[in-house]
Design a binder for this molecule. Structure first.
Ligand code: MRU
Length: 369
């Protein structure tokens, strides 16, 4: 995707030194574009837990490269126990996105196939690159499948703009490229369909305000930022045609974990007869959890709720405190939208009903995906 007209991925090996992995520091976006380098597995853990990188696909890709950085540091004798230690540490860096452990398991499976430490390091690098490339490819395919849903609404509206409401950032910043929820939007734009996106600000971290609105702006997609409480009102007044969100983990039974507040949008969408879709690559499916309420929900620092970060009048990034000293806050990162409220899941293999039978039919290999 483009920043000021130039194509960027969100993570890439430094072409001058493949032992360093480049990322954009998303904490500073959209005000500062700062590229950081990950040089060891601890850097990857910090980048994930402190949200330099975030979003399910990008967390997975960072974990994949983090495993490669661990393989580079691992001693020849004791290679396996070093890798086990970092599999656990990376795997615990954030709890909700399934892609994190999926990527770690994939690298471990691949490095087990070769013998020498040198081969294992090469394999870890190749697998990190494959995970990143596949993430970009799958998001592009999500766009190819999802655009039909938008085109159908556009036809029904005789070409009037299709109003899509999205929550959080399931854009290219949450993946390696394209994004999941944004890919059908970009494909619709490319197909000449008139679209407009309502962007939920997404307190407390403001992924919508800081990332999605900026990302859509870079891509020339008409969009309007709204407070998180506004969506229901817009739906009641016929101003939303479709809700389209991403997912951090989706059970093989169709329950969708996504950024806190998603469930409320799904309830309002159902009440107003508006379709609610979640877009996700297969790396986000959890094949072992039947009930979405068993998905671990991250709780983060109170400070993210009591403060808000932005640019001050001098152009510096700073935190502003919103409430009285000592105010107690709760910061749940995600919620569960039960499958009954989900109109469909947009995956790299097609659009599928959010239920066990349909999902397993599309992915007969299930847990092996
Ligand atoms: O806390 P984050 O920013 O890592 O949360 C991830 C998200 O942006 C959303 O929940 C998103 O809609 C799904 S991730 C593709």
């Amino acid at each position: 995707m483009k920043i000021n007209g130039t194509h960027h991925r969100t993570i890439w090996p430094d072409p001058a030194n493949k032992e360093e992995i480049c990322i954009l520091d998303q904490r500073l976006l959209p005000h500062r574009i700062v590229i950081e380098k990950l040089r060891d597995p601890e850097d990857a853990i910090t980048a994930i837990s402190d949200m330099y990188v975030r979003g399910a696909g990008l967390i997975g890709a960072t974990a994949g490269f983090g495993m490669y950085l661990a393989a580079l540091k691992a001693p020849e004798s004791g290679f396996s126990s070093f890798m086990n230690q970092y599999s656990d540490a990376l795997g615990n860096s954030r709890p909700t996105a399934r892609n994190l452990k999926w990527a770690i398991e994939r690298v471990n499976r691949e490095i087990d196939k070769v013998q020498t430490v040198g081969e294992k390091r090469e394999k870890a690098f190749a697998t990190g690159c494959e995970i990143a490339d596949e993430d970009a490819l799958f998001c592009r395919k999500i766009g190819e499948h999802g655009v039909a849903l938008i085109a159908e609404i556009s036809r029904r509206k005789n070409g009037e703009p299709v109003n899509i409401l999205t929550h959080c950032n399931a854009g290219w910043l949450a993946f390696v490229d394209y994004g999941s929820a944004t890919a059908p939007i970009y494909a619709a734009r490319d197909a000449g369909i008139d679209i407009h996106v309502w962007v939920d600000e997404t307190r407390p971290w403001n992924q919508g305000a800081r990332l999605t609105a900026w990302e859509l702006q870079q891509e020339g997609i008409p969009n309007t930022l709204i407070c998180d409480n506004t969506g229901g009102h817009l739906m009641q007044h016929g101003l939303v045609d479709m809700v389209l969100v991403g997912s951090d983990r989706t059970t093989h039974t169709g329950d969708v974990a996504n950024k806190i507040g998603t469930y409320l949008k799904a309830v309002a969408a159902r009440d107003n007869g508006i379709p609610f879709y979640a877009a996700l690559p297969s790396s986000t499916f959890d094949w072992n959890i039947d009930n979405g309420f068993d998905i671990p929900i991250e709780q983060r620092s109170e400070n993210e709720v009591t403060q808000v970060m932005g640019l001050d009048a001098t152009g510096a990034m700073s935190n502003v405190t919103l409430c009285a000293p000592g105010t107690k806050a709760a910061n749940y990162g995600f919620d569960i939208t039960p499958s009954r409220l989900v109109s469909g899941l947009i995956t790299e293999r097609g659009v599928v009903d959010a239920n066990r039978d349909a999902i397993h039919k599309l992915y007969p290999e299930g847990a092996g995906t």
